[in-house]
Ligand binder design. Structure first.
Ligand code: GLY
Length: 411
């Protein structure tokens, strides 16, 4: 009442224009419409892949219209169950929840000792069972996540202070202890497990991994090396090389996206400002080098010829990361900058040029999986869809919080 009276007095002194009631924050993405679109595409995928197997939709090549599938041992196997859980979160539809449960259950063999695995156990288990537990609180899922985290932790080398990402590459490439940038994403399952009965050791492993990676796996400008190679015995850093980028010292777009997302998440979990400042440095480099449409070429340093492919997956991962980074910021201007950039990324990803719509059942197109390997170039890929949907949900939450704030200040 008192505040209404003050508002009236301000109105009288400043003129009536200043009394326009606070409007709902503008939503350039039209997020509810995009989430409804995602739901439609996901149902098309469910129809097209059949609903009785454990094969997961992985990618759709440029000239294809249907999904290539993969088995549960593929590194991307957790994303499809994760997409279904996000769709259930968006729609509340129990039929989608049943499918999410079914595909998640398919992944159980991954935590058995028979499956050797690598750092990807984090993506596989946390995107599937992690979301399943978050939305259902089923205790059994909690145990599976803990087992997944312990399995990941067994790859940690205390001499180096990081996780061995690719045990298979030790012999194949002669990289004794290799740690790839993508592995930053998989620290999240360790933090989560540590908070949920897994013990402090898992937290320490995650923090050490992030700290050692920060020291060695980046150039001075904040650009990442995809693979950091260390000596197994004394732990010293040997070299930084690439596996999926254009060159050893070029800026592979998805690697930088994983790094921005990873350090933002490490700051969320540790509240250590060193990680916040580092996430800003990585994000600033990425933003400075973006083309006008906010979707990077697959490698920022690849020759940008007319047919140089983009990587929408990097944009999806980064948009999700920047929404979180803006919400954690201690600097208002930086928060605004990251938020505006994330919105621009989501606007482009939600346009006719990027959405699969009638062309393909995927949510978004034009990602690049492995250019040097010659596959999934300018393709639709499940992890691009996963992070796009996650970004939309984070954006929707941010808008709801804005509305609440607007409501509070107008009382
Ligand atoms: N984690 C593998 C990739 O980003 O392609």
């Amino acid at each position: 009442m008192k505040s209404k009276l003050s508002l009236l007095l301000i109105c009288i002194s400043l003129g009536w224009e200043s009394c326009t009631p606070p409007s709902k924050p503008a939503d350039p993405i039209e997020v509810d419409r995009q989430l409804a679109y995602c739901d439609t595409q996901i149902r098309k995928t469910l129809e097209s892949i059949g609903q009785n197997s454990c094969l997961m939709p992985r990618s759709i090549d440029t000239r294809q219209k249907t999904w290539n599938t993969c088995d549960i041992y593929d590194w991307t196997s957790g994303f499809w169950p994760g997409i279904l859980w996000y769709d259930y979160e968006a729609t509340g539809d129990t039929a989608i929840r049943s499918q999410a449960t079914r595909y998640t259950e398919c992944l159980r063999p991954l935590i058995t000792p028979l499956h050797k695995g690598d750092h990807d156990i984090g993506f596989q288990i946390f995107c599937s069972f992690g979301n399943a537990y978050r939305l259902t609180e089923k205790e059994e899922y909690r145990d599976i996540i803990l087992k997944g985290a312990r399995k990941l932790a067994r790859l940690y080398n205390p001499k180096v202070g990081t996780i061995l990402s690719w045990p298979g590459m030790v012999k194949e490439m002669g990289w004794p202890h290799n740690t790839i940038m993508d592995n930053m994403m998989n620290l999240e399952i360790l933090f989560w497990a540590s908070r949920n009965g897994g013990g402090k050791e898992l937290y320490d492993i995650a923090v050490n991994h992030a700290t050692v990676t920060m020291k060695h796996a980046f150039r001075n400008d904040g650009g990442n090396y995809h693979v950091a190679v260390y000596d197994t015995l004394d732990g010293h850093f040997i070299k930084g090389v690439t596996n999926q980028g254009y060159g050893d010292s070029t800026l592979w777009a998805r690697g930088q996206a994983w790094a921005i997302y990873g350090y933002t998440m490490v700051y969320r979990e540790t509240k250590d400002k060193t990680f916040l400042r580092f996430a800003e440095k990585l994000a600033n480099l990425y933003l400075q080098r973006l083309p006008d449409d906010y979707i990077p070429y697959w490698d920022f340093d690849a020759p940008h010829t007319a047919d140089c492919p983009k990587d929408a997956s990097a944009a999806a991962i980064t948009s999700s990361a920047l929404i979180e980074l803006s919400s954690l910021e201690d600097n208002e201007e930086a928060a605004r900058k990251y938020r505006q950039a994330a919105v621009k990324m989501l606007e482009t990803l939600s346009s006719a040029q990027y959405q699969g719509r009638e062309q393909k059942p995927a949510l978004i197109m034009h990602s690049t999986g492995n250019y040097p390997g010659g596959y999934e170039i300018d393709a639709a890929i499940n992890y691009a869809d996963y992070y796009y949907l996650q970004a939309l949900l984070r954006y929707r939450k941010m808008m709801a919080e804005d509305s609440q704030q607007t409501g509070k200040t107008s009382d």
